[in-house]
Design a protein around this ligand. Structure first.
Ligand code: HEM
Length: 365
């Protein structure tokens, strides 16, 4: 184990319990009747040359909705340095342990660093568009540029992310993994660290950015629903998948919204990955202590989104599976070597679908 986590070992007892729990060596079955809406399209090298490897085939299946984007496969870190050096996923066990320390609160829920990491994954990957690709400007996307020194952390749209950027830069330096992979791995690790969160499949091997991402491709919280839907469609994300992605605001708090007290959550259980957000967003008035983003308010009522939105209310496993499909796509935007990625899902902590106290409102992390 690397020197970064060794001094923190006393804090890790509960993390180790989760990390080294029993293995269930199989991919989850795909729930029926949840995926067919919207017309999804292939991206990156899956679009240009098709799936040419088993991993490429799996990612194509996941993002098209015919294979589960969740995994319950849990591995063991190779015990010695020689065995670790022979396993390209080995370093991710160490990264995973460090991220658990960073994202897990003392009460077993996910904390501010976790919610910021989930948003960071979106803000890195979401800077890609088909319009740019088709004009020969195929850069941006899930390339780690937001974590690198290109100045994107100073953009207004990334306000509130500077803290997690600083911390993940330290993790990158310690473990010498790619920036692009770390951003996406951290985002999905944070999701499964939240009680009830899905365990998305983790793929590594993306190429890091060589320049800043294009500006102006992230959504404005005050934009009209039609323009937000168009913005995401230009990223190949259909309204069905957008409805699933917006559920990430289940764990969200607003820190930098004018006139809103810092730390105001978007549902009554912000340290838990639950479906209350879907119901509470459409309540009038909103629950006391909750701030509904104007964008969520308008999108939840839009006819292209509302059916799927309402279908997530009281349907945790449906949402978890749809989020896994949609986020796997998001995490591959701008990635043009999808066929050469490898799967390291086994290095993630186990999911905690039965967390006691998951429904306690405004509970501490
Ligand atoms: C229409 C699309 C979206 C809009 C307009 C939007 C807007 C926002 C805004 C304004 C904040 C509050 C930032 C702050 O004050 O600190 C926020 C937070 C957050 N967003 Fe989104 N977002 C969108 C989509 C997404 C997506 C697709 C994801 C992830 C898949 C996501 C994940 C998060 C998370 C986890 C937070 C909480 C960050 C924290 O607590 O530090 N958002 N979003």
């Amino acid at each position: 184990m690397k020197h970064f986590v060794r001094p923190l070992s006393t804090l890790l007892t509960s993390c180790l319990f989760f990390l080294f729990a029993h293995a269930f060596p199989r991919a989850l079955p795909i729930p029926q009747g949840q995926d067919g809406s919207g017309s999804r399209e292939l991206i990156g090298d899956l679009r240009t040359v098709g799936p040419t490897t088993p991993v490429g085939r799996s990612i194509a299946n996941i993002i098209m909705g015919s294979e589960s984007g969740q995994s319950s496969v849990i591995g063991q870190r190779p015990a010695n340095d020689t065995a670790c050096a022979a396993d390209p996923c080995c370093v991710w066990y160490d990264v995973s342990l460090a991220l658990t320390v960073l994202f897990l609160g003392p009460a077993g829920r996910c904390n501010n660093q976790a919610r910021a990491a989930i948003r960071l994954g979106f803000h890195d990957a979401g800077t890609w568009s088909k319009t740019n690709r088709d004009s020969g400007l195929d850069f941006g996307g899930a390339d780690g540029s937001l974590l690198m020194n290109f100045g994107e952390d100073a953009r207004a749209e990334n306000n509130g992310l500077q803290g997690i950027i600083g911390k993940l830069r330290i993790v990158q330096k310690l473990f010498k993994i790619g920036f692009a992979d770390l951003v996406q791995y951290a985002s999905i690790h944070a999701v499964v660290t939240c009680p009830l969160g899905p365990r998305l499949r983790a793929f590594t091997g993306r190429k890091d950015a060589t320049r800043a991402a294009p500006d102006g491709l992230l959504p404005d919280v005050h934009a009209a629903a039609d323009s937000l839907i168009a913005l995401f469609q230009d990223k190949t994300i259909v309204p069905h998948d957008l409805a699933a992605l917006l559920g990430a605001h289940s764990t969200s708090k607003a820190f930098v919204q004018p006139g809103v007290p810092a730390g105001t959550p978007q549902d009554t259980t912000p340290a838990v990955w639950d479906v209350r957000f879907y119901n509470e967003t459409i309540q009038s008035p909103s629950p006391k202590g909750v701030f509904v983003f104007p964008s969520d308010a308008v999108l939840s009522k839009h006819p292209a989104v509302s059916t799927e939105w309402n279908s997530f209310i009281d349907a945790q496993s449906h949402w978890n599976e749809d989020y896994a499909t949609a986020y796997t796509r998001l995490s591959m935007l701008g990635v043009n070597n999808i066929n050469s990625l490898r799967e390291c899902s086994q290095t993630l902590p186990p999911a905690r679908p039965d967390f006691p106290g998951a429904s306690v409102q405004f509970a501490d992390s």
